[in-house]
Design a protein around this ligand. Structure first.
Ligand SMILES: [Zn+2]
Length: 400
């Protein structure tokens, strides 16, 4: 599949991307230099015109994965899936433990309570991280392409229409679309599988935990998702009688991911100055185009994609800048959090004797590095003998 080459002008501003063939030609003629290998980006060494076409960016916001796709009228220029970090809260717990241990070595001090206010607009760290990630992704894409229009899918369901989804149920819904939204909400909540047998990839139905005939309501807290077989088999029994006592408790808990996204989705729309759309619109369009469900395809549809020629997608991950580890190996010093940053860091890619290796760590006060898997084992080499290919921190792109 097509892999576009991203082009920057002399001042580092993005131009329209080019094909591999043209990119290669420009490089061979010495009219450009390589600035990044993945996604492959070149910078022109001569001044050019800056004619650009309108580029639409679509972002499928998510709790664990973000889909993105940018299109012109004819072509898809970049697409991919961005996997968010899951370790934010565990890392913060570790930090808290480190601090607590450190403070434990000091004299006792009475706890203070005056300093425990939360600022207005405070977000939980994991939520803040999700918000920041959407920003850094869009910033990154804007550094590669002259994006002129952004559209974001805020959620599968329109919560403004649904009011409070946990309290109001189907009875309040009017029209067919809104009924559809309740199902989307439930599908998200129950992980798109039958709540009873756990089957996926079968047609799923909205199911009453306490049947309506037995006084069950249409509220979302009484609804779950079940396959046809389970639904029929359960018949007039409640979930508890059917042998699933925990279902009712589970149904009462609001969707965690939805709660997190509820907090940030409008912030994303506002801060990115983007238009917004809803999942049910995307789903309708995607089905019409005959595309299978994926974050990339959703983003493509959100970006207004129809019959554009697609390109190969990227997979994007985030790598932390530093391990929060205590430095214990320095004689005569108290253990402290490592703050020393060397030229190279773990996960950076370097060239050594004509081959590419990943850096495992730096030692000897930054003069030597350890390379991963050189002829089957780790090897220490002088830092002057290697050439940096790319940093292994921040947003890491790789072709899927
Ligand atoms: Zn089932």
């Amino acid at each position: 599949m097509r892999v576009p080459i991203y082009v920057l002008n002399m001042r580092g501003k993005p131009l329209m991307p080019t094909t591999q063939r043209t990119g290669k030609k420009i490089l061979q003629e010495g009219k450009a230099k390589v600035v990044k290998r993945c996604p492959f980006t070149i910078q022109l060494t001569y001044a050019t015109g800056e004619a650009t076409q309108p580029i639409k960016l679509g972002v499928d916001i998510g709790y664990t994965k973000i889909g993105f796709s940018a299109t012109t009228k004819q072509l898809e220029l970049i697409s991919g899936t961005f996997t968010l970090r899951k370790d934010v809260s565990t890392k913060l717990d570790a930090r808290r433990r480190y601090r607590s241990t450190r403070r434990g070595r000091l004299w006792y001090r009475e706890p203070r309570f005056l300093n425990r206010n939360k600022d207005e607009g405070w977000l939980a760290p994991s939520t803040r991280h999700r918000l920041a990630s959407h920003h850094s992704l869009v910033k990154k894409l804007k550094s590669l392409l002259p994006i002129s229009f952004k559209r974001v899918e805020v959620a599968n369901f329109d919560a403004h229409k649904m009011q409070n989804p946990e309290i109001k149920g189907i009875e309040y819904q009017q029209g067919e679309l809104q009924g559809y939204e309740v199902k989307e909400y439930l599908l998200d909540k129950w992980g798109r599988k039958c709540a009873y047998c756990g089957k996926t990839d079968v047609p799923l139905e909205v199911e009453h935990i306490v049947p309506t005939s037995r006084g069950g309501t249409d509220r979302v807290s009484n609804l779950t998702i079940a396959c046809r077989t389970c639904n029929v088999e359960k018949g007039n029994k409640t979930a508890e009688e059917f042998g699933y006592p925990t279902i009712q408790q589970q149904a009462k808990q609001p969707l965690k991911a939805a709660a997190c996204l509820n907090t940030i989705r409008w912030m994303i729309v506002e801060q990115l100055a983007a238009e917004h759309t809803y999942g049910y619109v995307t789903k309708y369009q995607r089905t019409k185009l005959g595309l299978e469900k994926s974050h990339v395809n959703d983003a493509f549809v959100i970006a207004g994609g129809t019959d554009q020629e697609r390109c190969r997608s990227y997979q994007v991950i985030q790598v932390g800048r530093n391990k929060r580890s205590l430095q214990l190996n320095r004689k005569g010093f108290k253990p402290s959090i490592r703050r020393q940053r060397y030229q190279l860091q773990p996960h950076d890619l370097v060239k050594y004797e004509g081959k590419t290796y990943s850096v495992k760590g730096v030692h000897c006060y930054g003069t030597r590095i350890i390379l991963k898997n050189v002829k089957g084992q780790d090897k220490s080499v002088a830092i002057n003998n290697v050439e940096l290919i790319k940093y292994g921190k921040g947003l890491i792109f790789s072709l899927c």
